[in-house]
Design a protein around this ligand. Structure first.
Ligand code: VTB
Length: 346
């Protein structure tokens, strides 16, 4: 799978990021998302691959593009055998979020990214559009902290694993009412809280690298984004656990805002999720033998610079992680549209 795909997916997220970045600060999150979707889909359909969207923009009747089940890539063509070689015909599953943090783009705030994860067929958890309680942390804490423990307990463990005093630790939490008690507990335990409005994929990713001054992500976000985060953390050896949330008393799942807990449980059963309280780890959310992650900064965040436009072109920064090549590549690309008058070195 790695071959050229691991490199071509750089362009897939770059094109989505560039398209979305043009809408930065315009206050129009839907268009910022839509142009990213179109750009991502267009570039994916130029790759010699046989892909199926397993996490995307919604069910087929909701989303015209990158809907769950959509087949993408040149080798998805029924006659592909005539012009694709055997390894290009291997079925792969793709989880996409062309504009992760649409609000961040719309309001020119930091940390939005175009992201995707790829694995062989069946290698990514087909997360339902529910919320997910998440715990992400650096590789040093992998398997030591546990989503079933309290934030206080996990902070003590994190402190020991990272050899940092608790008051030096920074935990990213999304600024939502559902997190008020969590935020209070983290602060009472002596750690610091970095509140974000959106973009918990980038926040999880930050946990995988030292020097980001982010040591954990805690709280409830979307399950689909959780799978993409888990793919990246798995590839980096980081810690990620996720547990589906189906009780409206905790948070109302947008898609089924009028549903009761029992109705949500029924829907999960229908989707084949036998244990709704199961805690998933990185190897269950991204179970494939080969897992790829790619993310390109739309607006500049902690880890990746956003798209920068200059006379004659633009510049992007992408992170590509592969379990096969065991690499995390930071790709700084200068896109020379016209003959640029000047290209800065850095
Ligand atoms: C979450 C988070 C995402 O949107 O889904 C959030 O995982 C939506 O949360 O990273 P609310 O429904 O509470 O607003 C993001 O922040 C951006 O897609």
């Amino acid at each position: 799978m790695e071959s050229t795909l691991g490199l071509e997916i750089i362009e897939v997220v770059e094109q989505a990021a560039i398209a979305s970045a043009r809408l930065m600060g315009k206050g129009d999150k839907n268009t910022a998302d839509q142009v990213a979707v179109e750009a991502m889909r267009e570039r994916m359909n130029k790759i010699h691959m046989r892909g199926r969207i397993v996490i995307g923009e919604g069910e087929r009747d909701e989303a015209p593009m990158l809907y769950i089940g959509e087949e993408v890539g040149i080798c998805s063509d029924p006659h592909a055998k005539a012009f694709c070689n055997p390894d290009e015909l291997i079925e792969i599953d793709i989880a996409v979020d062309p504009c992760e943090g649409t609000n961040l783009v719309a309001y020119g705030q930091p940390g939005s990214m175009a992201v995707l994860a790829i694995s062989e067929k069946g290698g990514l958890f087909n997360a339902p559009d529910f919320y997910m309680k998440k715990l992400a942390a650096p590789p040093a804490a992998k398997g030591h902290i546990d989503i079933n423990k309290s934030a206080t307990e996990n902070l003590k463990i994190l402190s020991e694993c990272l050899n940092r005093s608790i008051d030096e630790l920074v935990v990213v939490v999304m600024k939502r009412d559902r997190h008020n008690d969590l935020i209070k507990e983290i602060r009472q335990a002596g750690a610091r809280v970095q509140l974000i409005s959106d973009g918990d994929v980038g926040a999880a990713l930050n946990c995988a690298f030292s020097g980001t001054n982010i040591h954990a992500l805690m709280g409830i976000g979307a399950a689909p984004e959780g799978v993409i985060s888990a793919a990246a953390l798995r590839a980096m050896g980081g810690h990620f656990q996720g547990q589906l949330i189906y009780d409206p008393a905790i948070v109302v799942t947008k898609e089924w805002a009028d549903k009761t807990k029992e109705e949500n449980l029924e829907r999960l059963q229908e989707m084949g999720i036998k244990d709704p309280d199961k805690v998933y780890d990185t190897h269950e959310l991204a179970s494939g033998e080969t897992v790829l992650f790619a993310g390109c900064g739309i607006t500049t965040g902690n880890l990746l610079k956003g798209v920068r436009f200059f006379h004659g072109g633009y510049r992007t920064e992408t992170l590509v992680i592969s379990t096969q090549s065991k690499t995390a590549r930071f790709v700084d690309t200068v896109h020379m549209v016209d003959q640029p008058k000047v290209v800065q070195l850095k």
